[in-house]
Design a protein around this ligand. Structure first.
Ligand SMILES: CC(C)(COP(=O)(O)OP(=O)(O)OC[C@H]1O[C@@H](n2cnc3c(N)ncnc32)[C@H](O)[C@@H]1OP(=O)(O)O)[C@@H](O)C(=O)NCCC(=O)NCCS
Length: 431
């Protein structure tokens, strides 16, 4: 990366850094991830996020480590419905494997040798009996023995720790009777994220689905993916947890590429991301603009103005018109905007300055901005809207706008029509 690219990247990350400070993210480190050669880098990236003020809670898995240990002890791993049957005789081995997995994360997060990425990073990781568990019981006639599910989570204690420490939860549930249950880490993480009201729940997986239009999936789309069988078994399970978490109030669940070095940072701090995101907040970023958005709007529209797609608009003009703007904000960034400038007397309004950031196009943002602007125009009593466009006439045609003549514009606007630009005039009657 050249120095200029480096600086551009850092600047691009700034809004995310601001937006994430003080937010709670629950990250699952699977047994597979623990074994990966990327594990050490992931720990560095986790440490970086912690130092940027993100409140992190880690949940680790141990499936592979338990399999290894059982194999070494000559004990067969038994599963039912893809869940381990944790037999009483195997529990000491299972507990040892979980203990080893937890220790390896604690050890890595404690490193701080000079001249390493962890140099000077002083992180306190805290594990404890925050989770009580209960037995899964008998499923399809099979006793799951010491395999359990979360029963309660001491969120009060975790919330107190989060601002300064990284709580690390093992896939274990303590019971009132002093027994320990082996819990599925993904389910535990989803429950913790829900109960803490976390902003993000993050899984790593080899399997995830990318598509051209957008890497955001609603819960309805995830349920379709599960039903269609398009996703692998392991991805289906993760999607199931993601849907549950989002439906219960977790804002976003990320399923990130476990094979990509730096995937966590790429997903969190760049627009491209590194996996898929499940959220029902797809359209929630649409809102009325305020004076504080002017910088963000300028950043969005200036490249389009330079390219001739939008008529140049000064900061002063923007300030005057700001009450007529709607914006879409995503993770603290303005990624779309539109203005509807009314001529209340003539009951007509101009749709202007419609722009969607190139990396967020073809995901319906443009359509949604237009629909919202039209709705506002209706509410304001306007009967007709018009638009002057050089390159987007077909898009407007598809949204119910018809070619119109100069005479239908309000007199003042007719006078300001730029003959040289040869914009096509289109209009729509509001019903
Ligand atoms: C026009 C614009 C706002 C659309 O935003 P968007 O969020 O991508 O729009 P949507 O997702 O709602 O619609 C995308 C669809 O419109 C199509 N589309 C995009 N630009 C188009 C154009 N100029 N003409 C015809 N169709 C177009 C896309 O191909 C896509 O079609 P598909 O669903 O069949 O794949 C965006 O392309 C943009 O910012 N363009 C530059 C600025 C501009 O020209 N603004 C209009 C000023 S009058």
């Amino acid at each position: 990366m050249s120095q200029a690219e480096h600086i551009r990247w850092f600047r691009g990350a700034a809004p995310y850094i601001n937006a994430f400070r003080g937010k709670t993210f629950v990250i699952v480190i699977s047994g597979e991830m623990l074994r990966s050669k990327l594990f050490e880098h992931l720990i560095h990236d986790i440490a970086l996020c912690h130092h940027l003020g993100i409140r992190l809670l880690l949940v680790h898995g141990s499936r592979e480590q338990i399999d290894d240990r059982l194999r070494e002890a000559g004990i067969e791993s038994r599963f039912h419905r893809n869940m381990r049957i944790s037999e009483k005789s195997a529990m000491p081995v299972i507990l040892q494997a979980i203990h080893d997995a937890r220790s390896s994360i604690e050890a890595r997060l404690s490193m701080g040798l000079p001249n390493t990425p962890m140099s000077g990073s002083d992180i306190s990781v805290i594990s404890g009996n925050f989770v009580t568990g209960m037995p899964l019981g008998v499923i399809d006639g099979i006793d799951m023995q010491y395999s359990g599910k979360p029963r309660s989570i001491d969120c009060e204690a975790l919330r107190e720790l989060l601002p300064r420490h990284i709580p690390l939860l093992s896939p274990l549930g303590y019971s009132r009777s002093g027994e320990l249950f082996n819990l599925p880490s993904e389910e535990l993480a989803a429950e913790v994220a829900i109960q803490l009201g976390a902003e993000k729940l993050i899984f790593f997986s080899r399997d995830y689905i990318r598509r051209d239009r957008s890497d955001q999936f609603s819960t309805a789309e995830c349920l379709q993916l599960i039903a269609s069988g398009e996703a692998s078994d392991s991805l289906q399970a993760l999607l199931g947890h993601a849907v549950h978490a989002v439906q219960q109030g977790v804002e976003r669940v990320h399923i990130i590429d476990s094979t990509l070095d730096g995937a966590l940072l790429q997903e969190l701090f760049t627009r491209e991301g590194a996996g898929m995101m499940v959220t029902n907040r797809f359209y929630e970023g649409l809102r009325q603009a305020s004076i504080d958005d002017i910088g963000g709007i300028l950043e969005l529209i200036q490249p389009l103005e330079r390219a001739g797609a939008l008529i140049p608009r000064s900061r002063e003009q923007l300030e005057l018109d700001i009450d007529h703007f709607l914006v879409i904000e995503k993770d603290g960034m303005i990624v779309g905007c539109i203005a509807c400038i009314p001529d209340a007397e003539a009951r007509i309004g101009e749709i202007a300055c419609l722009a969607v950031h190139p990396e967020f196009r073809n995901a319906g943002f443009g359509e949604q901005l237009l629909a919202a602007a039209e709705e506002q125009a209706r509410k304001a009593g306007l009967e007709r809207l018009y638009i002057l466009t050089t390159r987007t006439s077909h898009w407007f045609l598809e949204h119910g706008y018809q070619p119109a003549s100069l005479e239908m514009l309000p007199q003042g606007r007719q006078r300001r029509y730029n003959e040289a630009r040869k914009s096509i005039i289109m209009s729509k009657t509001l019903d």
